[in-house]
Design a protein around this ligand. Structure first.
Ligand code: SN0
Length: 315
């Protein structure tokens, strides 16, 4: 593994999953692997879990980490051949090259713009970093994917599943803001490569890009999708078609105990942060079937497995 930006970089998925689970059982197994090396974590957007779990993962591997809140730094220019006489002080060419002097690997969080679909779905910002950095790059949620979240979700399902091929429903849920499609895209991408029966349910007009959902059952009837499900994964996302827009609030899509009662005693999953009583009712989030804290815990070991692979590869 050199970079880690999508499932394509994961190699043998079963192997990576087993590595992550083994690291969870024995977190300090490779605590010298990252010795004298430094991970740079570059954030263009807020983070709680990604920032802390990735730093913790680095620490468990004996790898140093430095966080750079890019939103507070020089505003970066990403376009080529432009006259930089506006508000952008530094070009990505220098910025990524300079960071590569200080860091042995770089993690980037750069959310979607939700305004320019073409640019977002090219994963423009992430790919500019990959182009101009001379060290491995790890996605900490890009415009279209959140692969470290998906690996942690895969671990959580693997740990909790009671049948060989569980029924997993990824459901759209309401939200007061327009949110990226990255978490949902990635979750679909990873689930379609594993032993699960995946249904994606969203209101009319909120279908995700087929690039990520091809092969899943697509539904617009939430109750139908919940029937017999073993796992309910809730997430809000804004429109892909009418890009970045939220045409209707659909407040009747909140995950409630009554809806959970339609499932096969399903577990509830969400990547967090979650808006209580908008996305999901307190009673569901606080129930023993909620896996949200375990998912967040697994973020450390997902990141650790990925960082360990990259470190081993660069030795
Ligand atoms: C992000 C998203 O991609 O949906 C990160 C999830 C890991 N979530 C948010 O931006 C939520 C913001 C809010 O105001 O609730």
């Amino acid at each position: 593994m050199k970079n880690f930006t999508s499932i394509k970089d994961a190699g043998d998925l079963k192997e990576l999953l087993q590595k992550a689970l083994k690291l969870k059982a024995n977190p300090f197994q490779f605590n010298e692997l990252g010795k004298n090396q430094t991970l740079g974590l570059v954030f263009f957007n807020p983070s709680l879990r990604t920032r802390l779990s990735t730093q913790r993962a680095a620490q468990n591997l004996g790898l140093n980490s430095i966080v750079y809140n890019a939103g507070q730094g020089w505003k970066l220019e990403f376009e080529d051949a432009v006259c930089m006489d506006g508000d952008k002080a530094e070009h990505i060419k220098e910025a990524a090259a300079v960071m590569s002097q200080y860091f042995d690997l770089i993690g980037i969080r750069a959310f979607s713009s939700l305004t320019d679909r073409k640019r977002d779905y090219e994963d423009f910002v992430l790919n500019k970093f990959i182009k101009y950095a001379t060290v491995p790059v790890v996605s900490l949620e890009s415009a279209i994917r959140h692969p470290l979240q998906s690996l942690a979700d895969l671990m959580t399902i693997e740990e909790k599943k009671k049948v060989e091929k569980p029924k997993v429903a990824l459901t759209w849920a309401p939200h007061p803001k327009a949110l990226p499609q990255a978490v949902a895209n990635s979750f679909a991408e990873w689930m379609l490569r594993t032993q699960v029966d995946l249904t994606i349910v969203q209101p009319e007009g909120f279908q995700l890009s087929e690039e990520f959902t091809k092969g899943a059952h697509i539904e617009t009837n939430q109750k139908k999708a919940f029937r017999d499900a073993d796992f309910i994964y809730a997430k809000n996302w804004s429109c892909f078609e009418d890009y970045g827009k939220v045409s209707e609030k659909h407040s009747d899509w909140t995950i409630t105990p009554a809806k959970m009662a339609l499932t096969k005693d399903a577990y509830f999953m969400h990547c967090l942060p979650v808006r209580r009583n908008v996305v999901v009712a307190d009673a569901v989030l606080d129930s023993p079937k909620s896996l949200v804290i375990e998912q967040a815990n697994n973020r450390t070991f997902a990141a650790q497995a990925v960082l360990a692979e990259i470190l081993k590869n660069s030795k």
